[in-house]
Design a binder for this molecule. Sequence first.
Ligand code: PBG
Length: 324
Amino acid sequence: MPFPIHRPRRLRSNDVLRKMLRETSLSPDDFIYPMFVTYGKGVKKKISSMPGCSQFSVDLIVKEAQKVHKLGIPSIILFGIPEHKDERGSEAYSAKGIVQKAIRAIKDKVPGLIVITDVCMCEYMSHGHCGIVKKGRVLNDQTLDLLAKEALSHAKAGADIVAPSDMMDGRVAAIRDALDSGGFEDIPIISYAAKYASAFYGPFREAAESTPSFGDRRSYQMDPANRREAIKEVALDIEEGADIVMVKPALSYMDIITDVRDSFDVPVAAYNVSGEYSMVKAAAKLGWIDEMKVVMEILTSLKRAGADLILTYHAMDAAKELNG
Ligand code: PBG
């Protein structure tokens, strides 16, 4: 008969005890902060669906990156909004592309900040899909070439890590090969390994101006109903050379985070995506929740589920809170 011998409340009776026995801890070291870089000068364009987030031109993103670094956040992930989009996403792999410019500027002024780049075609394609489109279909193998060129050009510009998010089959191997041939064998790959076709990306598509002009991404991103398939996707990416694997989105996919953590011995990242962020912001604005408490609970829960790293738009606010 457990009660009254066992009383779990004994270990919850005061703050010091609770702190001693806490199983999961959160630190700014866990965070990767997503940032959007756009063309122009002196531009800070607020993203209406993601309060607190903006697109910055290169000059201003450097200043913002300095703030991120000062807060003790070790890393950012960069998304680019190019001036021109076309059918082959040329700006994605141009040395003069928007992301390439931003990498150089940030590494020049804030060398201690780890710059990760999102490797994908959707922001650069006139049709908004993540690969080359022919007759309404997104072509897999032909796209690999562009992704490899894009990752290599990011590495040449000084990126510390590349993160393919396109969900084409075989892209990790193609990128690894291109990096190694280019002399960048020490640049790690974080693959968006289990990336689901999710409605939670809605606000991001406004932020990155990457909404597909026709159809959706269900022929390449995963079906939200699938759990076993995530293990297959992650296993393939690790075999192809992924150093860190990501689960995305995070909150509705905590079972996947835990499965991946339990099945593989590589670091796991979770992407707390735009829709997850905007829901918290909207409820907080209405006065329905305590924003900072909810943010801390969400981020701690993602660590508890098994994430080593969290990509989150809350990173700056959460780091301020953690730094006290
Ligand atoms: C690019 C990409 C997307 C996100 C990250 N990289 C959008 C998409 O796949 O449609 C979503 C990030 C977010 O919602 O915060 N492929």
